[in-house]
Design a protein around this ligand. Structure first.
Ligand code: BES
Ligand code: MN
Ligand code: ZN
Length: 511
C-alpha cells in the first residue's frame, strides 16, 4: 500500500486516558510496575494491567506487546502496552519499530482509531521522536501485495486514524509545540511515502521496472512538483553523443533501451549550494557473460535500489523544500547476455576519456556509475555529490546484511554524512579508501581494468569510482546489503527496504 494510504496521522492533545479512540497505546521501559504511565493506566483499570503483565511475563523488552480490554473503565476499548527496552536502547530505528508494532496490533484488533502516548525522552528530541513514530506507522503497514490474489490481501485495513496523545498531567500545549508536532508529522509522512515508493520500485519485477519505467516514474514525480522539480531523460543516442562508453556497453546486451535520468530541484530563493545524489540503476543484473549462478541472480531485480532511493527521495525533498539546488542522477540499464552484449576483454572508453579493460562483466555497476559521476562532475558541477549503489557482495561479506559501507576521501563531507545517518538511524559504517589497493585495477592494455582481486572488493570498487569523481567532494555508499532484506523487523517487511531515502532527504532538507 502507498504510505499515504488510508491512515490519517494527527496530534491529539488533551488528557491521554480520556481519549475517545478504539485503542490507546503507550510505551513502557524496564520494570512496568515502576513506570509512571503504567501506574496511571493500571489505576484506571483497577490493577488489571499488573495482573495481566505478571501472567503474561511482560518485561517491557523491545518489541514485546500486550493488549487488554478496558471493559468500560476507560473511553478506549483496548489498551496496548509496548516494550521500549531500556531508555538507552530507544534509538530511532527502535522508535519506528515500536510505532509499527502499535499500528500492526491495532489492525489485528480491528481498531479504526488509535491514540498513542509517546514517552518523554527529555531534551529537544520530541519532534524527531514524533517524526520517527510517524515513519514507523507507515513503514510498518507497508505491504507489497499487488500480485497476491487472495481476498485477505484485497481487504483494506481497519485502521483509519492514528493520533499522538500528548497530555497526561494536564499541561497545556504552547503554539510552538503544536506547530512542531504538525511539521514533524508532515516530515515523517513525506519521508515514509518516499521510502515506501522506493520499496515498490525495488519489489516490482524487472519485467515491469525497466529503465524506461524508471524514467516514467521520475517524470511522474516531477509532474507532481511543477515549478520546483524538472527531469531530463537521455536515450542511448544522446548518451553516445556525450561519450558514455561504459554505461552504454553495460546496457547494449538488452532489448530494453537504456535511460539516463537527471532530476533537478530548484528552491525559490538563491540556493545555498548545489548537491547531487547518484543512484545505481541496473534494473536486472544477470552478470552478463561473467554469468551469475542462478541463486545469486534470483534477487537481482534489486540492483536498481540506488536509483529507486534517489528518485523517490526527490519527491520528499520537493514536498518538504530545500535551501539547496538538489540533483538526482541515475544511469539505468539491464545487464544481460546476448549477441550484442559486451564481452570480457573489451576495452571501453568512458565519458572522461579513461579507457577500461573488462575482466568481469558482472562488475557492471561501477561502469554505469563512473559515467554518471563524470556527467555529474562536468555537466552539473555540484559542490558535493553522493552515490548509492548495490555495488559489491564483498561489502556484505565485510559488514553483514544490515550495514552500508561508506567510502570517501573527503573528511569533512563524510563526517557530516555519517552524522546524518546517525540521526536517521540508517546503519552505515566507513571503510577506508586505501590507495594501495589501486594496484589491483592495473591493466596491461588500458588505463585500468574494471575488477580487482578477491580481497578488498568493496574498496577496489570505491577506488574505481574515485577515478571519475576526481576532486569533486564525493561520498560513496555501498548499499548491497541493506537495500533488500530476507529478515524482517516491525517497520520493515521482507524485500526492498528503501534504504538511504531517509538520510538523503535528511541531508537535503535539514539545514
Ligand atoms: N549487483 C551486484 C552486487 C550485489 C550482490 C548486490 C549481492 C546485491 C546483492 C554487482 O553488480 C556485482 O555483481 N558485483 C560483483 C563484483 C565482482 C564481480 C568484482 C560481486 O560482488 O560479486
Ligand atoms: Mn554485477
Ligand atoms: Zn550489479
Amino acid at each position: 500500500m502507498d504510505a499515504k494510504g488510508a491512515i490519517q496521522v494527527s496530534h491529539l492533545p488533551g488528557p491521554a486516558l480520556q481519549a475517545t479512540v478504539d485503542l490507546v497505546a503507550f510505551v513502557v521501559f524496564g520494570d512496568p510496575t515502576r513506570d509512571a504511565v503504567f501506574k496511571a493506566v493500571d489505576q484506571a483499570l483497577d490493577g488489571v494491567l499488573t495482573d495481566v503483565c505478571r501472567s503474561e511475563n511482560f518485561e517491557a523488552k523491545t518489541g514485546q506487546s500486550l493488549t487488554v480490554h478496558t471493559h468500560g473503565r476507560l473511553p478506549a476499548r483496548r489498551v496496548l502496552i509496548v516494550g521500549g527496552g531500556s531508555r538507552a536502547e530507544f534509538t530511532n530505528p527502535n522508535i519506528r519499530d515500536v510505532a509499527a508494532t502499535v499500528a500492526q496490533a491495532a489492525i489485528k484488533a480491528g481498531a479504526v482509531s488509535v491514540g498513542m502516548l509517546l514517552p518523554n525522552l527529555g531534551g529537544n528530541r520530541e519532534a524527531l521522536l514524533v517524526q520517527m513514530a510517524v515513519e514507523g506507522i507507515y513503514l510498518g503497514t507497508y505491504k507489497f501485495g499487488r500480485y497476491l490474489t487472495g481476498d485477505d490481501h484485497k481487504r483494506p485495513t481497519s485502521l483509519k486514524s492514528f493520533g499522538f496523545l500528548t497530555d497526561l498531567k494536564g499541561k497545556k500545549h504552547s503554539a510552538a509545540q503544536t506547530k512542531s508536532y504538525a511539521s514533524a508529522i508532515a516530515r515523517g509522512t513525506a519521508i515514509a511515502a518516499a521510502i515506501n515508493h522506493a520499496r515498490d520500485l525495488i519489489n516490482e519485477p524487472a519485467a515491469v521496472i525497466t529503465p524506461a519505467a524508471l524514467a516514467a516514474d521520475a517524470q511522474a514525480i516531477a509532474k507532481k512538483h511543477k515549478g520546483s522539480l524538472t527531469v531530463t531523460v537521455l536515450d542511448p543516442k544522446k548518451c553516445a553523443e556525450l561519450g558514455m562508453g561504459m554505461f552504454l556497453a553495460v546496457g547494449q546486451g538488452s532489448d530494453q533501451e537504456a535511460r539516463f535520468i537527471h532530476m533537478t530541484y530548484k528552491p525559490a530563493k538563491k540556493p545555498k549550494k548545489r548537491i547531487c545524489f547518484i543512484g545505481k540503476g541496473v534494473t536486472f543484473d544477470s552478470g552478463g557473460y561473467s554469468l551469475k549462478p542462478s541463486q545469486s541472480m534470483e534477487d537481482m531485480k534489486v540492483d536498481m535500489s540506488g536509483a529507486a532511493a534517489v528518485i523517490s527521495a526527490m519527491d520528499a525533498i520537493a514536498t518538504l523544500g530545500s535551501d539547496y539546488e538538489v540533483h538526482a542522477v541515475t544511469a539505468c540499464c539491464e545487464n544481460l547476455v546476448s549477441g550484442r552484449a559486451y564481452k570480457l576483454g573489451d576495452v571501453l572508453t568512458s565519458m572522461d576519456g579513461t579507457t577500461v579493460e573488462i575482466n568481469n562483466t558482472d562488475a557492471e555497476g561501477r561502469l554505469t556509475l563512473g559515467d554518471a559521476i563524470t556527467y555529474t562532475r562536468t555537466k552539473i558541477q555540484p559542490d558535493e555529490m553522493f552515490d548509492f549503489a548495490t555495488l559489491t557482495g564483498a561489502c556484505m561479506v565485510a559488514l553483514g546484511p544490515y550495514t552500508a559501507g561508506v567510502m570517501s576521501d573527503h573528511e569533512q563531507l563524510v563526517r557530516s554524512w555519517m552524522n546524518v545517518a546517525e540521526r536517521t538511524g540508517e546503519d552505515m559504517w566507513r571503510l577506508p579508501l586505501n590507495m594501495r589497493l589501486r594496484e589491483q585495477l592495473k591493466s596491461p592494455i588500458a588505463d585500468m581494468r574494471n575488477t580487482g582481486d578477491r580481497f578488498g572488493g568493496a574498496i577496489t570498487a570505491g577506488l574505481f569510482l574515485k577515478t571519475f569523481a576526481k576532486d569533486t567532494p564525493w561520498v560513496h555508499v555501498d548499499i548491497a546489503g541493506p537495500a533488500s532484506l530476507s529478515s524482517t523487523r516491525p517497520s520493515q517487511p521482507k524485500g526492498g527496504t528503501g534504504f538511504a531515502v531517509a538520510s538523503i532527504v535528511e541531508y537535503a532538507t535539514r539545514h
